[in-house]
Design a protein around this ligand. Structure first.
Ligand code: GTP
Ligand code: MG
Length: 574
């Protein structure tokens, strides 16, 4: 069935090296939003259509990464590593596809071989260390330590270490202030914050290492990352959400209808939840006692979604392992798909998430805060409301699905189209600056008291219950994903949205110089943050242009004026 969206991406320019992750693979075209000439527009449309046709499905990309992780090892190295000698030594076990170094509790290397046999050969040559005064758990994992006898010469070039930590807010503010437009600021923000190829590989590798432990009980199991590690909205430093997928165990090769059949004798639990809890508690215990590098293991089994939480020291990742959570995996696929449809989606989501974090609207601690997942759905909903819409509704994605896309999980129809080339988009040329401004206006005036956010219909619906914020769960449609949010937190979000919308309307916030934060960078300033939620809320509602905003603008005027005067030019002001 044809999508109700006509093709257009008039304002895209194809660039190399950017947004690599957004399209998943390096062979796919890299697209970035900007204003440009009609010649480039026509060229871009062709390339965009080609990229969409060539694009792999979410599942195919995940499968490729998972398979590569199974052929990889993680090695703790001495600080002055001779890269060439190191690679020569490992190459005895087979061809090396890729490798990279990073720092976390010392130097580490990820080495991906081209075949699994290399891992077996390598493992045969490795010793369990002899430890003095203690005893070692003789578990042979793919987490290794390189011993380099004697002192190493430092005359060889040092390997390049890939950064795995996020930039600080002050570094981001500085970097954004050097850009030339708010559109460029949001693109730059995405490039700075997004997960790198190496960081994604590390996430898959941690899942694969954990699978080796769980595989002792359930050899057919797979541990898959979900959430922001794979949905294309993850930023460096975000947690690794994992699912213990036991579905392979239920698959059988026995033909239906044959006269005789055999069944495994199994233990039974009181409910699926009870079975999940017992499996996770055993795996949690193994991770704690046998998992090298896994520390601070907590079994959080009474949560709505039972999980095992731990820190993986060699990568610095905070990990949450859940089981029986296929709907969450489907939600990740849905967000990934929305992120691929138009580059503005990711830029806006990264912008809104960063703004929300800078103002403590979101938090890493669970509580009554709005979550990143909720914020992302709010952006998707807003983009469905544009005229013409930038994103299709979930119902439209379902209508475009083919027979192989059919997916029902626990009675919920989770069907969405997997082939991106079937989705034709409507012509919408809004700039990121306009979208950001109108996002804040939209939610600064949204009737949260009576309406719910529904990306399935792409329309506001009457709120079925009295919670402060109601965002319908895309697949489990009777649930509200933001049930935890209280009125205070929602009011803070609304107040800050109004103030940010107002700020963006002021010409003083536009670029003055790269010495003072302007545009999106000014929206992140602590002077805006301070006082949010402290002042009387009713006062703030009546007075959106609060004094702290005036102070900010005054400070911008002073700083901008000084800089302009110093440079003896007024051209810096747009
Ligand atoms: P980060 O804050 O960067 O970790 O974003 P995230 O998207 O990974 O969020 P989080 O770690 O909180 O949750 C992981 C995934 O679980 C999300 O991407 C969703 O797919 C799913 N999820 C999170 N919260 C909810 C919820 O309230 N309801 C449902 N159904 N799924 C949720
Ligand atoms: Mg997460």
């Amino acid at each position: 069935m044809a999508a109700p969206f006509g093709v257009c991406r008039l304002h895209f320019r194809v660039l190399g090296g950017l947004d690599k992750f957004s399209l998943g693979l390096e062979t796919q075209a890299q697209i970035r939003f900007t204003s440009t000439t009609s010649a480039i527009k026509a060229q871009t449309e062709n390339k965009t259509a080609k990229a969409a046709k060539e694009s792999k499905t979410f599942q195919a990309i995940q499968e490729e990464r998972r398979e590569a992780a199974e052929r990889s090892v993680l090695i703790n190295c001495p600080p002055k590593i001779n890269e060439k000698k190191f690679l020569d030594y490992l190459s005895k076990h087979g061809t090396i596809n890729k490798h990279f170094f990073y720092n976390s509790y010392g130097a580490n290397a990820v080495v991906e071989f081209s075949s699994r046999e290399s891992i077996a050969s390598l493992k045969d040559s490795i010793n369990i260390p002899a430890v003095e005064h203690e005893a070692a758990v003789p578990f042979k994992s793919r987490l290794l330590s390189l011993k380099w006898p004697g002192s190493q010469s430092s005359n060889h070039p040092m390997p390049k270490f890939k950064e795995q930590s996020p930039a600080s807010i002050s570094e981001i503010t500085q970097l954004l202030s050097e850009q030339d437009s708010i559109d460029e600021q949001l693109q730059c923000l995405t490039e700075t914050l997004q997960l790198t190829e190496e960081n994604i590989s590390l996430r898959f590798l941690v899942c694969s290492l954990l699978r080796d432990i769980a595989g002792a009980y359930f050899p057919e199991c797979i541990i898959r990352p979900f959430g922001s590690s794979v949905n294309s909205f993850g930023k460096l430093g975000c947690d690794v959400d994992m699912i213990l997928d036991l579905n392979g165990i239920y698959a059988t090769s026995q033909k239906k209808g044959s006269a005789l059949s055999l069944e495994y004798q199994v233990k039974r639990g009181a409910s699926e939840r009870a079975v999940t809890q017992s499996i996770l508690s055993v795996i949690g215990k193994c991770v704690d006692q046998f998992g090298p590098g896994c520390v601070g293991v907590q079994n959080i089994l009474q949560a709505r979604c039972p999980l095992v939480r731990f820190a993986h020291q060699p990568t610095g990742f905070q990990c949450d392992l859940t089981a029986n959570n296929r709907v969450a995996m489907k939600s990740s696929e849905l967000l990934f798909l929305y992120g691929q449809l138009d580059p503005r989606v990711r830029h806006l989501v990264f912008g809104v998430r960063c703004w929300a974090r800078a103002h403590s609207i979101t938090s890493s601690i669970p509580g009554a805060w709005i979550t990143n997942f909720s914020l992302t759905l709010m952006v998707v909903f807003f983009l469905q409301q544009r005229n013409p819409p930038i994103l299709p509704t979930l119902d439209q994605l379902k209508e475009l699905a083919g027979p192989s896309d059919k997916c029902v999980i626990e009675g919920n129809d989770c069907t969405i189209v997997s082939d991106l080339s079937k989705i034709a988009l409507q012509q919408n040329t809004d700039t990121l600056e306009k979208l950001l401004q109108e996002f804040f206006e939209f939610y600064g005036n949204f009737p949260f008291n009576k309406a719910s956010i529904n990306i399935r219909k792409g329309k506001e619906q009457t709120k079925p219950e009295t919670t402060a914020l109601y965002i319908q769960n895309p697949f489990e449609t009777t649930l509200n994903i933001s049930k935890n949010v209280n009125a205070t937190q929602l009011e803070r979000f609304v107040a800050l949205s109004r103030e940010s919308a107002w700020l963006l309307q002021q010409k003083e916030i536009l670029k003055q110089s790269s010495d003072s934060p302007w545009g999106f960078a000014a929206l992140l300033l602590p002077s805006v943050t301070s006082g949010a939620g402290v002042k009387s809320r009713s006062k703030r509602k009546l007075e959106p242009a609060s004094s702290r905003i005036k102070n900010l603008l005054d400070s911008l005027k002073i700083k901008g004026g000084e800089t302009v005067a110093k440079k003896g030019s007024t051209n810096a002001r747009r």
